[in-house]
Design a protein around this ligand. Structure first.
Ligand code: DGY
Length: 332
């Protein structure tokens, strides 16, 4: 009888599908808080599958605690920097993520951050709420134009591509750097490739980060690179917090090296309420909500569950992160 553990309360659609599988024992950490590590390690003992969140490190310790019965770990996220993929692969455990279903919802939020920071929406709302709105002010809240500005994308994968389409809709010029050049998209939509991150930073009015967190991208946006950006430029991060050096960003925003930043992700997460960045009016921070629409979170929950159901029924999961293990096992 397969044992499955889910590490948090998530939209019911996924857990319900797991519970409907005949004879499965489906357990869950039924809380909105992160499961303490020791409870996690205890709870996954003997499991065939674990449905994880980005808050759970899936590493050798996790895999040891689960034991040899473990066949699949399904992450409720497209990003899987919390997975030690080589270790999963070495042990023949399939890892899965939730790409595609969240692409547009995440890009919507990235674009919302872009407009909100450009047009100073948080500052303006605070002003109204504080009763400071006395008249129409020719000099008040003069932000940056979005339309016809240059949108610089670091990463033109699924979400970067969706961001590019949104930019094009606002008649922005879209430039990008990606290790994989997308000539097809350049031809189809007129996006322009730049051969380095630095060139993008130099030219862009808005820089949006769409890169996974790896050893190479950690602190990609450091003091030196922030200095390359225009003083009127805005940085948007919906990727992973550590892609930006937060101290360097604080300095850049405080000193006027760049104009503003909109962050869905931070380092650390959660960002403590007394963090210096939160003292700055030109930094908009939201709590990692880019994929948080009702439908998308349902879709993520369902996809994660479907991946588990596939593997435990001897079929290939829809969205593996280590396809070689799926192939080794001959799953189709
Ligand atoms: C992801 O999917 O990686 C996000 O950060 C959470 O939706």
């Amino acid at each position: 009888m397969p044992n499955v553990f889910t590490t948090r309360r998530i939209p019911e659609i996924g857990p319900n599908k797991l519970r409907e599988q005949p004879g499965w024992d489906v357990q869950q950490w039924n809380s909105d808080d992160v499961i303490p590590r020791d409870r996690l390690l205890q709870s996954i003992k003997g499991c065939d599958a674990v449905l994880t969140l980005l808050t759970e490190r899936v590493d050798a310790e996790f895999l040891d605690a689960a034991g040899p019965q473990l066949k699949v770990v399904a992450n409720l996220a497209v990003g899987f920097d919390n997975f030690d993929v080589p270790e999963l692969t070495r042990r023949g455990v399939i890892g899965t993520n939730t790409p595609d279903v969240l692409t547009d919802t995440t890009a919507d939020l990235a674009f919302a951050l872009l407009i909100a920071t450009a047009r100073m929406l948080p500052q303006a709302q605070k002003y109204v709420k504080e009763g400071k709105w006395k008249t129409w002010e020719p000099l008040g809240f003069r932000g940056q134009d979005v339309h016809h500005a240059t949108l610089g994308l670091v990463g033109l994968g699924r979400i970067g591509g969706a961001m590019a389409r949104r930019g094009a809709g606002f008649e922005m010029k879209v430039i990008y750097y990606d290790a994989y050049r997308r000539r097809d998209l350049e031809e189809q939509y007129g996006y322009e490739y730049r051969d380095s991150v630095e060139t993008v930073l130099r030219e862009a009015d808005f820089v949006s980060l769409h890169t996974p967190l790896t050893a190479e991208t950690r602190h990609l946006m450091n003091a030196e690179r922030l200095r390359i950006m225009k003083p009127t430029a805005i940085l948007i991060n919906t990727s992973r917090g550590p892609v930006v050096d937060m101290q360097a960003l604080y300095d850049a925003l405080k000193n006027g090296t760049i104009w503003a930043a909109g962050l869905d992700v931070t380092d650390p997460e959660p960002l403590p309420a007394d963090h210096p960045l939160l003292t700055l009016d030109n930094c908009l921070v939201v709590p990692h909500i880019a994929s948080a629409s009702i439908k998308t979170r349902d879709d993520m929950s369902e996809l994660a569950a479907d991946n588990i159901i596939a593997v435990l029924n001897g079929r290939a999961p829809k969205t593996p992160v280590n396809r070689e293990v799926v192939e080794q096992k001959g799953l189709r």
